[in-house]
Design a protein around this ligand. Structure first.
Ligand SMILES: O=c1ccn([C@@H]2O[C@H](COP(=O)(O)OP(=O)(O)O[C@H]3O[C@H](CO)[C@@H](O)[C@H](O)[C@H]3O)[C@@H](O)[C@H]2O)c(=O)[nH]1
Ligand SMILES: [Mn+2]
Length: 745
C-alpha cells in the first residue's frame, strides 16, 4: 500500500512543548505546598478544627498539584502533512464514519444533517468513505431529513470539492456572503447551491411536527407504531456508492440504523449505539479505520481524514502502536475552556505521556484494536501473529466474544487478518445487520466488556480510552488551528450543570469499576504517569469540593477567632506559601474565560455527582446519560427558535437560581465575617487579643469576595441575568446557621 522506497519526508511530526521554566515553577509551588503541609503537621493542635480542616484541604491541593505537574510535564501534539500523503500512498484505506443521534427534539435534525454533510464532503476519495447514522430516537423525522440531505449532498459534495471549500457544513459556510468580485461561474454555483440548501432546510423544518410527510410513504413503514424505547431494529441504506472510483462528483455511502429497544432493558446509551455501529459497519463496509463524531460536531476542516491517515500510515511503515488519533474538539458560541470537559493543558499534556485521551468525538479508531487486540498480537508488518491466530480465530472463541452471527464473525476474521475487500452490495448484509442490532445479541458476549466501547461508565470515552492504553497501545493528538471539529456548548445554567454532573459521575464510576486508575497501577501495560493522568480526570468532580470548603474556612476562623494562617514574622512566608498555589489553583478565576456561573455549575455538578455515585454504590439507582441540548448557530436562529428558547429560559430561571445557591452562600458568609471583623475593630481598640492577627484571615475573606464579585453584582440585577431573590433568602438562611455554628462560644 505504501511506497517507502524514496521520499524521506515524514507524514507527520511530533511536536514537544517541554518547558523548563514551567517545570521549575511547578516544582517550586509543589515545594511550597509541601512545606506548608509540614508546618501544619508540626503545629497541629488536636482541638483546633480549623487547623485540621485546613491541613486536609491543603493536602488535597498538594495532591491536585502533583497530578497537574505530572500532566503538564511534557506536553506534545502531532502535526500532520496531508500534502505529502499522495506522493507516498497510492491506495488510501477506507474509513467508516459514525454519527450517533438520540433525540430529534434535543438534537434538531438540521444539526445532524449538517454534521453528516460535512463528513460526506471531506477531502478524501468518496468510494473509500461510508457514513452511518445511528438513531437512538427511532425518529422518522431524522430518517426523512437524512434522505433530503442525501439529495442535497449530490450538489454539495461536488461543489465543495470543485471550489475547495474549507468548512463543509452548509449552515456555517453560507453565513458569509459571496464576494462580488469572485468569478461569475463560482457566484452562479454558489447561489444555486445556497438555494438548494435553503430548500432542504425548509422541507426539514416543515416536516418537524408534521408527520403527514412520511405517513403516506411506504419507506417509512418500519417507523409505524414505534416508540423511541420500543421498536425493532431498522437498517436503511439511504445511498450506496455503487462501483465508485472516487472522483470529485461522487458521494460516499449513507446508511441509517436504529437498534432494537424495549422498555426496561439496558441499552448502554451512546456506547451501546457505537457498538452496534461497529457491527453493522463490519458487515457492510468493514473499513480498517472508524471515525466517530457527536451529531452536533461538524468537520471544520476538509482534510480531517487525510490528516489522521498521515499518522496511521506513517506508523504502519514504522510501527509505534498507535491505536487512535484524536482531533482536539472545540465549541462554537463560546471561548470558555471551562465548557470543555478537558482543559486544553490536559489534552496536550496527556498526549505527551503515553498518548492522547479519547474524548468521545472527532476520533479515528482502528477497527482491529477495537476488537481487542494487544500490540503483542501483531507482527512487525502488522499481520496477526501465529499465537494470536490460534488464540483468537477459533470458531468457539469468535462466537463467544463477538456473538453468534456467522456473518459477523466472518467480518471480524477479515478485519483481524487485514483482508478488507468487500465484493457485495450494502443491501446484501441487511438481514445480518438487523440480527446484530437485536436486543439480546450482546448477551454473554464481550461487547462493552473488553471489546468495542465499554459500558460500565457514562463517561464511556475515558473508560474506553483507559482500556486501550492498558493494553499497551499509544495514541496521538492533532490540535489544529482552526479546530478540526466544532460542536455545540450547552447554554450556561441548568444544561451546563447537568452535563458536568454526568461527566463527573461517569468519572467517579470509573474509579469504582475494573478500569479504575487506582488498581492495577503496576501490572498493566499502561504507563504510571498516564494512569495518574486518568486518575485526575476520574476525580475531576471531587476537585471542586476542597475549593468550596476552603472558601468558607477564612470566614469560619474570623468568626471563631481562631487562627488559620501562621502568625507574626511567618506571615510573609505564609503569603508566599499560600499565594503561589492559590494563584494557580484559582487561575481559572482570573482567566478572561472564567464565569462565576460556570463555576457554580461545576460545584453543583460535583455535589450531585457524589450523590449519584453514592446511590449507585448502594444499589439504589443507576446512572443515566442525559442528552445535552443542541442549538443551531446563533446567527441562523429564526425568530421562532429564539422565542421558544426564551420561553425555556423563563421556565428554568428558578432552577438556575438554585444553581447559584452555593456561590451566593459563600459570598454572604464571607461578607458576614468581614462585617463582624470590622465591627469588632471598632468596638475594641484591640491591643493584644486580635492584634492584626486576624488580618490574614480577613484578607482571605476579601479575596474570596473579590472572586465572587460578579455574583455580588448580579444580586442587584433583576430579571434574566440576576439571581432570584428566593435564592438570596435561602442563602441568607444558611448563613445564619453558619454564623451561629462558627461564632466563638
Ligand atoms: O443514548 C444515547 C445518548 C447519547 N447518544 C449520542 O451521544 C452523543 C453525545 O451526547 P451529548 O448529549 O451531546 O453529550 P455531551 O455532553 O456533548 O458529550 C460529551 O461527553 C460524552 C460522555 O463522556 C462523550 O461521549 C461525548 O463525545 C462528549 O462530547 C450525541 O451524538 C448523542 O446523540 C446516543 O447515541 N445515545
Ligand atoms: Mn455534545
Amino acid at each position: 500500500m505504501a511506497d517507502s522506497s524514496f521520499s524521506p519526508l515524514p507524514l507527520y511530526e511530533r511536536i514537544s512543548y517541554k518547558s523548563y521554566v514551567r517545570r521549575a515553577l511547578n516544582l517550586t509551588v509543589l515545594g511550597f505546598l509541601f512545606s506548608l503541609l509540614l508546618y501544619r503537621i508540626l503545629y497541629m493542635n488536636q482541638n483546633d478544627i480549623a487547623w485540621v480542616m485546613a491541613f486536609l484541604y491543603e493536602f488535597c491541593f498538594f495532591f491536585t498539584w502533583l497530578l497537574i505537574t505530572n500532566i503538564t510535564w511534557s506536553p506534545a501534539e502531532y502535526k500532520p502533512y496531508p500534502d505529502r500523503l499522495d506522493e507516498r500512498v497510492h491506495d488510501l484505506p477506507s474509513v467508516d464514519m459514525f454519527v450517533p443521534t438520540a433525540d430529534p427534539v434535543r438534537e434538531p435534525p438540521l444539526i445532524v444533517v449538517n454534521t453528516v454533510l460535512s463528513l460526506l464532503a471531506v477531502n478524501y476519495p468518496a468510494n473509500k468513505l461510508a457514513c452511518y447514522v445511528s438513531d437512538d430516537g427511532c425518529s422518522p423525522l431524522t430518517y426523512f431529513s437524512l434522505k433530503e440531505a442525501c439529495k442535497f449532498a449530490k450538489i454539495w459534495v461536488p461543489f465543495c470539492k470543485k471550489y475547495n471549500v474549507r468548512v463543509r457544513a452548509p449552515f456555517i459556510y453560507f453565513l458569509n456572503p459571496v464576494v462580488s468580485s469572485e468569478d461569475p461561474e463560482f457566484t452562479k454555483d454558489w447561489e444555486m447551491t445556497k438555494m438548494e440548501y435553503e430548500k432542504i432546510s425548509q422541507i426539514v423544518e416543515d416536516a418537524t411536527g408534521d408527520s403527514h410527510w412520511f405517513d403516506a410513504d411506504d419507506d417509512f413503514e418500519a417507523f409505524s407504531n414505534t416508540k423511541p424505547n420500543d421498536h425493532s431494529t431498522i437498517v436503511k441504506v439511504i445511498f450506496e456508492n455503487k462501483g465508485g472510483v472516487g472522483d470529485e462528483k461522487e458521494v460516499p455511502h449513507l446508511v441509517y440504523i436504529s437498534r432494537e429497544k424495549r422498555p426496561n432493558y439496558v441499552h448502554h446509551y451512546k456506547a451501546g449505539a457505537l457498538n452496534f455501529l461497529v457491527r453493522v459497519t463490519g458487515l457492510m463496509t468493514n473499513a480498517p479505520y472508524m471515525l466517530n463524531v457527536d451529531c452536533d460536531m461538524y468537520a471544520n476542516e476538509a482534510d480531517v481524514v487525510r490528516q489522521a491517515m498521515c499518522i496511521f500510515l506513517q506508523e504502519s511503515m514504522n510501527p509505534n502502536h498507535i491505536a487512535f488519533v484524536q482531533h482536539s474538539a472545540n465549541f462554537r458560541d463560546s471561548k470558555a475552556d471551562e465548557f470543555n470537559i478537558f482543559p486544553s493543558y490536559m489534552e496536550r499534556g496527556v498526549a505527551g505521556i503515553q498518548g492522547a485521551i479519547y474524548t468521545g468525538s472527532g476520533c479515528f479508531h482502528t477497527r482491529k484494536i477495537m476488537y481487542g487486540l494487544t500490540p503483542d498480537d501483531l507482527e512487525d508488518d502488522g499481520s496477526l501473529s501465529s499465537v494470536a491466530t490460534r488464540k483468537i480465530l477459533t470458531d468457539d472463541n469468535l462466537s463467544k466474544v463477538f456473538g453468534h452471527s456467522i456473518e459477523m464473525t466472518k467480518s471480524v476474521v477479515s478485519a483481524l487478518r487485514g483482508k478488507l475487500n468487500r465484493q457485495h452490495s450494502l443491501t446484501y448484509s441487511l438481514e445480518a445487520a438487523r440480527e446484530v442490532g437485536n436486543l439480546h445479541y450482546e448477551y454473554q458476549t464481550s461487547w462493552g466488556k473488553t471489546i468495542g466501547w465499554l459500558y460500565d461508565s457514562v463517561l464511556e470515552d475515558v473508560n474506553t480510552s483507559i482500556e486501550i492504553h492498558s493494553r499497551g497501545w499509544t495514541s496521538s493528538l492533532i490540535s489544529s488551528d482552526p479546530p478540526a471539529f466544532i460542536g455545540c456548548t450547552p447554554p450556561v445554567g441548568l444544561e451546563a450543570m447537568l452535563r458536568k454532573r454526568r461527566c463527573f459521575t461517569g468519572g467517579l464510576e470509573i474509579i469504582f469499576n475494573k478500569q479504575s486508575p487506582l488498581i492495577g497501577m503496576f501490572h498493566q501495560k499502561i504507563e504510571f504517569r498516564q494512569r495518574l493522568a486518568y486518575l485526575s480526570i476520574s476525580m475531576m468532580g471531587l476537585g471542586f469540593l476542597p475549593v468550596l470548603f476552603y472558601c468558607l474556612l477564612p470566614a469560619y476562623c474570623l468568626l471563631n477567632n481562631s487562627p488559620l494562617y501562621p502568625k507574626g514574622l511567618r506571615l510573609g512566608i505564609n503569603f508566599t506559601l499560600l499565594g503561589m498555589p492559590c494563584f494557580y489553583t484559582l487561575r481559572g478565576f482570573t482567566s478572561p474565560d472564567f464565569s462565576v456561573q460556570l463555576w457554580c455549575a461545576n460545584i453543583c455538578g460535583s455535589l450531585f455527582s457524589i450523590f449519584d455515585i453514592t446511590l449507585k454504590l448502594l444499589g439504589i439507582s443507576k446512572t443515566v446519560f442525559r442528552i445535552t441540548k443542541k442549538t443551531m448557530p446563533d446567527i441562523k436562529l429564526g425568530s421562532k427558535d429564539r422565542q421558544s428558547q426564551q420561553e425555556d429560559d423563563g421556565q428554568s430561571s428558578e432552577i438556575d437560581g438554585l444553581l447559584y445557591l452555593p456561590g451566593t452562600f459563600i459570598l454572604l458568609v464571607n461578607l458576614a465575617a468581614l462585617a463582624d471583623y470590622l465591627v469588632g475593630l471598632q468596638l475594641w481598640s484591640r491591643s493584644d487579643e486580635r492584634d492584626g492577627s486576624a488580618l490574614a484571615e480577613a484578607s482571605g475573606c476579601t479575596f474570596v469576595v473579590m472572586v465572587f464579585l460578579p455574583l455580588l453584582k448580579s444580586l442587584f440585577y433583576d430579571g434574566k441575568s440576576g439571581i432570584p431573590s428566593s435564592t438570596l433568602y435561602k442563602a441568607a438562611f444558611l448563613v445564619v446557621f453558619f454564623v451561629i455554628f462558627s461564632v466563638e462560644k
